[in-house]
Design a protein around this ligand. Sequence first.
Ligand code: HEM
Length: 127
Amino acid sequence: MAAFYNSLKYLHVIAVALSGALFFIRGVWMLIDSPRLNRRWVRVAPHVIDTVLLLSAVALTLIIQQYPFVHTWLTAKVVVLVLYIGMGMIAIRHGKRKSVRAVAWIIALLLFVYIVIIAWRHDPWPL
Ligand code: HEM
């Protein structure tokens, strides 16, 4: 079980790194009005990566038997994840003006870093 847990955590962290990196690059492409933002793989890959991220997250919670809305650090992760997704949607597609999209992109990146810190520290108030 320990080996399975380690592999899953590895998978989760790889998905986290890919998801964050791709979100960062998509934000840059949004800022410079790059047509690359509309490439098919760029629109599909985030869904695939984020599905792996969430499935590995659910499996990890089952293995360590700690759950959102029971353990505060996981509750915080889910709440901040929802805010991150919302900001990400404004940043990449729905923000009407570029200034709005840029601010949403920066807030989303900060929220992403906050989720990583919560994950490391198992604490919603890590500072
Ligand atoms: C963008 C979203 C997320 C990011 C950036 C993220 C980040 C991370 C990172 C960096 C780790 C490794 C921590 C370490 O090295 O000890 C981790 C572990 C973990 N994550 Fe996530 N995560 C995200 C979403 C979620 C969600 C939604 C859940 C569950 C509701 C979750 C549950 C877990 C669990 C259970 C672990 C293992 C913790 C441990 O055993 O120490 N993650 N996450």
